[in-house]
Design a protein around this ligand. Structure first.
Ligand SMILES: *[C@@H]1O[C@H](CO)[C@@H](O)[C@H](O)[C@H]1NC(C)=O
Length: 312
């Protein structure tokens, strides 16, 4: 048994556009996240909780985008729209895993910023390396658990409405639409639990940021305020993109859905964030930019040394 991913099949031009667009965005994601990962791993100054979690986020970003985009590009290049049953289950699993773990990481990062700005004296104890490893493990475990639950549940449902999905990857809601009447209620309940947990985390993040902003506005020096804002605002932007598009997808009433709007939103929440996250983070972060510059300078001087010693 297999599924068909039919969203781009209709017009030739759209297929080509889709291929180049996805290729560009995938390369951008590989480059951006790859640079963030190597910069943080190589620079001793960046071995702090905030950057370790950013490293986690970049690894998850790469995982997230690699489950959906390459397969979709291959489909439009070779005009083969089928995906095997196992492939589809793997996509649902990996996608849920990385998205959940990513959101957990974002929640932990809000906590990290909160402690560092509002309770600086307790930072060393609340975010000790042991505590960080535990929190990171919890984030990955949450992702794993959530992914197992949803995948097992969805793929045990009997499907009776064909195998065509109106999407470019195997998305849970699209598969539920194919299931026989009423049997999807259990998965629906699970999704509700999932959404509630996400909303609770979101409230936690917002409350942390309200505290942070209140503290930041009390900082007397302009420069201190600027530094605090520049590490927090990008984070808030990423979280908002994630939550708003996710909410649209899972909570909209069916009456307002149009296929093209759905497509745009699904690209916005599944493909764009992994590619733009590194940009958003590094754009306003002087520390990260400096480390990257140092890393590049190191690479260039090594390359020049190599080529000049090869001459001799
Ligand atoms: C994730 O973060 C934890 C805690 O800071 C760190 O120990 C771990 O190495 C990170 N893992 C990855 C894959 O980035």
């Amino acid at each position: 048994m297999e599924f068909l991913l039919l969203v781009f099949r209709d017009t030739q031009e759209l297929q080509l556009l889709h291929f180049w667009f996805f290729l560009g965005i995938y390369l951008a994601a590989l480059l951006g996240n790859g640079l963030v990962i190597t910069t943080i791993a190589c620079d001793q100054h960046l071995h702090t909780p905030m950057y370790f979690f950013l490293l986690n986020l970049s690894v998850l970003n790469l995982g997230c985008i690699s489950t959906t985009v390459p397969k979709s590009m291959a489909s439009s290049l070779w005009d083969t729209w089928a995906i095997s049953y196992a492939g589809c289950a793997a996509q649902v699993f990996l996608y849920f895993f990385s998205a959940t773990a990513e959101f957990s990481c974002l929640t932990i990062m809000a906590y990290d910023r909160y402690v560092s700005i509002c309770k600086p004296l307790h930072y060393g104890t609340l975010l000790s390396s042991r505590a960080c490893v535990h929190m990171a493990a919890a984030a990955w475990a949450t992702g794993f658990l959530n992914a197992v639950l949803h995948t097992a549940n969805t793929f045990s449902l009997p499907l009776c409405k064909g195998n065509a999905l109106d999407q470019f990857f195997c998305e849970l809601l699209q598969i539920l639409k194919l299931s026989c009447s009423d049997s999807y209620l259990r998965e629906f309940g699970l999704l509700l639990v999932c959404i509630s947990v996400t909303l609770i985390s979101f409230v936690f993040i917002v409350v942390s940021y309200v505290q942070i902003f209140r503290a930041v506005l009390r900082i007397p020096s302009e420069q201190g305020r600027h530094k605090a804002f520049s590490t927090c605002l990008p984070h808030l932007l990423v979280v908002s993109l994630f939550v708003s598009t996710g909410t649209y997808t899972y909570l909209k009433p069916p009456s307002i859905s149009s296929p093209s709007l759905n497509l745009v939103v699904s690209i916005l929440y599944s493909v764009v964030p992994p590619a733009v996250n590194p940009l958003i983070y590094s754009m306003r972060n002087q520390e990260l930019k400096d480390a990257l510059r140092k890393l590049m300078a190191g690479w260039f001087s090594k390359a020049i040394n190599c080529s000049s010693s090869a001459h001799h």
